[in-house]
Design a protein around this ligand. Structure first.
Ligand code: CA
Length: 227
């Protein structure tokens, strides 16, 4: 699980970062809205913890932009703004949850786990399909208990597919998420990552839907079918 923490308060940011890392989560901590925007463009985080009062802008503006570009990315607002209006503005602005400062770290962790569960449909961050498993908090991938080492792009591809089992994921979406900023004529880069991923996890997991994209099926493909 990659968490983007946007928080300009040094003590609070550090405390939250350590608490999340203790849970095995990878944390990128930024203190300015502009740095957060850059991280979001890179498209590699799975969840955002967002402070609203930032030195170079309002977190709500960042949230609005994020919602235009990445609908499904879970966002939890952490803010000292504690009126009902504030909270409604955050939630109506597209946040999935809102935690008022000061808060207990235990409650933050519990809400993060709940958001992961709701957003990715996994209770403990473990997704498993036919012996292929991916543990989001530690980013460990196994095929029938054999550990598999994936590059960052291969891991992100697998993650995007496993979070949407039985649903076709379009090439365009994968490209935008894994290779942001890439030109369409660079689409063979996606093919290279995909072919490396398939070689490492074994054939039979990622099925090509010609002209559309890829899917990982919960059930095994019929015998003789090209995976
Ligand atoms: Ca602040």
């Amino acid at each position: 699980m990659n968490i983007l923490l946007v928080e300009d308060d040094l003590d609070l940011g550090n405390g939250v970062r350590i608490a999340l890392q203790d849970q095995g989560m990878a944390v990128v901590w930024v203190r300015r809205a502009s740095d957060a925007a850059r991280e979001l463009e890179a498209g590699l985080c799975d969840l955002v913890l967002l402070d609203l009062g930032l030195p170079d802008g309002d977190g709500l503006l960042l949230l609005a932009r994020l919602r235009r570009e990445r609908q499904g990315l879970p966002v939890l607002i952490l803010s000292a703004r504690d009126t009902l209006d504030d909270r409604l503005r955050g939630l109506d602005g597209g946040a999935d949850d809102y935690l008022v400062k000061p808060f207990m770290l235990a409650e933050l962790l519990s809400r993060v786990r709940a958001l992961v569960r709701r957003s990715y449909g996994v209770a403990d961050g473990l997704v498993e399909v036919r012996g292929l498993s991916l543990h989001l908090p530690t980013r460990r991938v196994r095929v029938h208990d054999r550990p598999v080492e994936l590059s960052r792009s291969e891991f992100e591809l697998l993650c995007l597919l496993l979070k949407r089992v039985d649903r076709v994921v379009t090439r365009r979406f994968l490209q935008e998420q894994v290779l942001p900023g890439a030109q369409t004529n660079e689409s063979n880069v996606l093919d290279v990552h995909m072919s490396n991923l398939r070689r490492k996890i074994g054939e039979g997991y990622v099925r090509t839907v010609r002209g559309v994209g890829y899917v990982i099926d919960q059930a095994a493909p019929p015998a003789g079918g090209r995976a």
